[in-house]
Design a protein around this ligand. Sequence first.
Ligand code: 5AD
Length: 359
Amino acid sequence: MKDLVRKLHKERRLEACEYRSLLLCEDRETIESLHEAARETAVERFGKNIYIRGLIEITNICRNDCLYCGIRKSNGNISRYMLSDEEILECCRYGYGLGFRTFVLQGGELPESADSKTVTLCRAIHGEFPDCAITLSIGERFPDSYRRFREAGATRYLLRHETHNPEHYSRLHPEGMTIGNRLHCLDILKEYGYQTGTGIMVGSPFQSADNIVEDIIYIEKFRPEMIGLGPFIPHKDTVFADYWKTTTSILPEKSHKEEGLDLTLKLISVFRLMLPDSLIPATTALATLVPDGHEKGILAGANVIMPNLSPPRVRGNYSLYDNKASSGAEAAEGLGNLKVQLERIGYNIVTDRGDFRTT
Ligand code: 5AD
């Protein structure tokens, strides 16, 4: 097994069956050697520096009805909000003062009619903070909308493909949403010059080890600049509310939670070894699953953290999954705590933009 880690480290890729073996591997020493190789690769490339991105959850209004997501349109149990441009700019001003030089605007999918508002918002942020990067994470749009956002100053876009397998995709999404369109959006984003992020939920309902292997192979081909990997966590107002209680996990003898952690960390390491220059966050979902999720993610090869910069009053309503962390070291105002957490494992926060660069 350790030979697989060495091979991945050296050749930056494996055969499908080899990825599968690594994902299913339960040997502690092999898993530790995978994380160690990935960690060393990240340190060679970035030093012990962690980039921070201020995450602003601009709206929880969504036209989509993804079966796993707490802000799906059919969830009547949350109060819907949309931040005004001025409120968003206030978040940016506050974040700028704390040292943030990237603002990630994330939100539910709004109708096309909202695109002009997004353009105005990007222009306003770009005008006031010309030294900052604007990252959008607002779902599937028309190519022309992506083009307009880009011209208005957005340079990065996050759109997880969630799962590459069409059948699996259709079990997680409502009719009308297709993996084909998702991948088309990703191709367009890349073509329009965005630094593009994709990724998956790990341990999502009905996911098999083979599905994850397909995701790895897709990402190997697509070569995104950013890779988002977070464990699936049930949300009480979705059809998957009891998923953890009523199903068994992929890895024998592991609970869903343990499996989500194990597989997420393995995938962070696999992608660090495959794409050494990529930007990989230790995600909020990982930090929600276990209290030391950030540290574990970084020690497996992650190099980005995205603290929450949203106004505290709306954070509870941006509930993608149950108990989503948004305070303490997860919050922008808790940056001091995060700094201490990272220093304990020998890492520092850096405040430069941290654009994707190849060595
Ligand atoms: N558990 C974990 N992650 C989730 N997301 C949405 N719902 C959940 C959930 N229940 C993730 C999706 C989406 C990102 C913004 O949040 O992967 O792309």
